[in-house]
Design a binder for this molecule. Sequence first.
Ligand code: KIV
Ligand code: ZN
Length: 513
Amino acid sequence: MNDAQGRRVLVFDTTLRDGEQSPGATMTLEEKLQIAAKLELLGVDVIEAGFPVASPGELECVRAIAGVVKSASVAALCRTRQGDIEAAWEAIREAAHPRLHVFIATSDLHLHHKLRMTRAEVLDEIARGVAACRALCADVEFSAEDATRSDPDFLAEAMAVAVRAGATVLNVPDTVGYAVPHEYGALIARIVAVAGDRAIVSAHCHDDLGLAVANSLAAVAAGARQVECCVNGIGERAGNAALEEVVMALRTRHDALGCETGINPRHLVAVSRLVSDVTGFPMQPNKAIVGRNAFAHESGIHQHGVLTERTTYEIMDPAEVGFATTSLVLGKHSGRHALGARLAELGYEVDGETLADVFARFKALGERKKQVYDEDLRALMSQHAATVAGRFTLRDVRFAGGLQATATGAVTLLCGDEEVSRESAGDGPVDAVLAAIREAAGSSAFLEDYTISAVTGGADAQGRVYVGISDGAIRARGQAAHTDVVVASALAFVDALNGLDRAQQSAIAAVAE
Ligand code: KIV
Ligand code: ZN
């Protein structure tokens, strides 16, 4: 399986598990299902859906994802403990292609300080845990947590035990992002030799030193045939290897690495935007592959070169990863059909009520903004996705402020069936408006974070606002885009209040059960 002829690299996406471990990236079930559908469309081989033993809610989430994903494998993470394994299996047993992903640490540091186990005990635990997984599921991945800080001889022994117990994938996590490429490649080569043709070897790299993608590519060069990654490189601490970067490096430098994935790169931008919206982590403009500026040319020399011959300064075609060939698309006179067709080109299949809603938003935007770009359309789509009927609806918002004046805000909010109007002063119009909304909603939620970015360039660009709020126990996120940033802030805050309300209702229901 690891022979040099096997050139297909499996893409194992862990956005919904390791990615969700990014501080502040908790996702709802609906959001996870949306992302899973896009990942399947993208062509990933494995979707790691979660860690079912963590909570009954997490188990249900993984089960729901396992129920809808058809072409990709669905993996559930578990420790070697029997209870973990049973919860993980319970969650994925109905999947079309289930995979159990079992792990235990192998570094002396973890054995001593965390597990309080001897090496011999860990080997026993691996043999028992992997065999227990294999008794349930034909596809079993074993991960040696903190592999890169483990004694390589012990790691090789642990992997040999796992493969004898039936593991079909051996994963070598660089859990703390400590490895450097040549060293990680050598470690992978050693484990490839242990695996022989009984298992494939997988790379799982964290980005603490900014080397996650480089290490993943070194692993592929050394014989790894699975790469674990997250969309936009999100994940624990500094994140995981970015899926879009690994995939496009393998594709663009096929001459150097000689391997292929099953990914259709045209969906990369759409899935990246979705994950950014859902997590509330705005995309840095210069982000490789999917950032707004990834294909923008500023210097005159570069612009001239690209206009004469694109490949002078572009190693990839922007259309290949899902950017439009032309960025100016529609205006206020464009019709519903043109909008639907453009959205389909961007990877959104919309019709019926969804198209009607997005079209109404598009027309309203067209009144405020002469040119509607693809990024604006993506923002409209995420606004539409965020409009799950909630308890609160913003009916009106007014505000005033200035260099010498105290800022004031006034809002009318529909709270259930009741219309409530409130006014407030604040430290700037955003603060004043949010205070008025909080009062109207009768909420004590406080703002934990607030981010604003321009959707496109130009003075009439929409501002996209992400907010994170909390009531002390529960956190929720909201987002919105509008050409007026104060209005965008108000809409994002109301979106977050609806999220908080839904989370509070389900917490109450869970207690009542
Ligand atoms: O980073 C890590 O070690 C992990 C394992 C659980 C695979 O995420
Ligand atoms: Zn990890």
